[in-house]
Design a binder for this molecule. Structure first.
Ligand SMILES: *Cc1c(COP(=O)(O)O)cnc(C)c1O
Length: 388
């Protein structure tokens, strides 16, 4: 133990950047093309290809931007409501507020920590226009049930797939399902990173067109071209007050190489998750249930929950791990506990019993590709010692 605390701090997460990423960024810098250009086009094409080819992929400067564009293109606006999980990052919900729409939060299902389909169905009302499912930790939501609810009530489905790369539902890649749009995050701690960045995937050509226009100031370069084939190169039309959400080539340069490494990254994440699940199994903990037989889970988060048999609480476990130089996190402080959301909708923990029970007992332990087997042994040993 003295040996452990003398060792360097093991952070909760770290990006995995290789020489390929570094030289591609240098190439971008030397080329003089540092904002949106050929490397963004390549990343979009590679990503679409990776999803099986029949989707439009639109690179953006964050998943938050992507979610905003997707809701805007879907026509969400004032007096509308969107339904989403209460156990998510605030970005999932805040984008509805950008558009003047409101959020109706839905409790989770305890076993998966994903949005409860029963509570979701019960929350549908005439004001509700869209569902934003979040694949918690990279475990797919029950998308068949969610699409059924959406179809019955004429709702849009925008998947928050920030954790879900790669994730499959009934054998299909998240991003290629029949949702209106699916948004991935390339934030520093996600499955693949561009520093800041995101990708929207959609099969709907009119949504894709709107999102491409709104991604960059509402500039429509195709508008003139539709009527005349000899539009001069300098000509463009502004068709809406758009946003500044484009991804720079310096970021796409990183993403191109990260995407190529995704299979190896995912293999390593699965190894780490499997080992946690084996070597923590006998402790008084609730461990993640993992993907259903035949499906993939991205393992963005490995959340453990303390059972009542534990002699210590969640906060003490986090502190004891920190004392041993091990970083952890909590995903998430449910949004009904955040002052803005709590006060706007007068939310209380009693309204979300499953999320509250999970929140009180949960913490996320380190799981990332740069962790060594020794690093993981250290985490397992520390948890065992503290709980035993
Ligand atoms: C990271 C994350 C986001 C936001 O992603 P950014 O790329 O940082 O905008 C949204 N939703 C969830 C669930 C996330 O984890």
């Amino acid at each position: 133990m003295a040996d452990d605390s003398a060792r360097s701090f093991l952070p909760y997460a770290l990006p995995d950047i290789g020489e390929g990423e570094i030289s591609e960024v240098v190439d971008s810098l030397r080329s003089g093309w540092i904002t949106t250009g050929p490397k963004v086009k390549r990343l979009e094409a590679d990503f679409a290809n990776w999803l099986g080819g029949s989707v439009d992929c639109i690179a953006v400067n964050s998943a938050t931007s992507g979610l905003h564009l997707a809701l805007e293109a879907t026509g969400i606006g004032p007096n509308d409501e969107v339904l989403t999980s209460v156990m998510t990052f605030t970005a999932t919900a805040e984008v509805a507020r950008y558009l003047g729409a409101d959020v109706r939060f839905v409790d989770i299902e305890s076993s998966t920590l994903n949005i409860s389909v029963e509570h979701l169905a019960a929350a549908v009302s005439p004001r509700v226009k869209a569902i934003i499912p979040v694949h918690y930790g990279g475990l797919a939501c029950d998308m068949a049930a969610i699409h059924r609810i959406a179809e019955t009530s004429g709702l849009a489905v925008i998947e928050d797939a920030a954790h879900a790369l790669p994730t499959t539902f009934e054998g299909m890649q998240v991003g290629s399902l029949d949702s209106d749009a699916t948004v991935f995050s390339f934030y520093a701690n996600k499955s693949i990173t561009t520093g800041e960045g995101g990708m929207i995937a959609t099969k709907n050509p009119s949504l894709a067109r709107r999102m491409k226009v709104m991604r960059l100031h509402g500039i429509d370069r195709d508008a003139f071209g539709r009527f005349s084939s000899n539009a001069p190169a300098w000509y463009y039309e502004i068709v809406a007050p758009g946003f500044k959400y484009n991804m720079p080539d310096t970021s796409a340069a990183i993403g191109i190489h990260q995407l190529r490494r995704l299979p190896a990254f995912h293999k390593r994440r699965c190894e780490l998750a499997d080992r946690y699940s084996r070597e923590l199994a006998d402790l008084p903990l609730i461990l993640p249930i993992g993907a259903r037989q035949g499906d993939l889970m991205a393992w963005h988060i490995y959340a453990i929950r303390l059972t009542p048999e534990c002699k210590i609480g969640r906060d003490s476990l986090i502190q004891s791990l920190a004392d041993r130089g091990i970083g952890t996190s909590v995903h998430y402080i449910p949004l009904y506990r955040q002052p803005y959301w709590r006060d706007r909708y007068r939310l209380t923990p009693e309204m979300f019993p499953n999320a509250e029970t999970a929140y009180q007992s949960m913490l996320s332990i380190p799981l990332y590709t740069k962790m060594s087997d020794d690093d993981q042994s250290r985490v397992i040993k520390a948890i065992r010692e503290i709980l035993e």
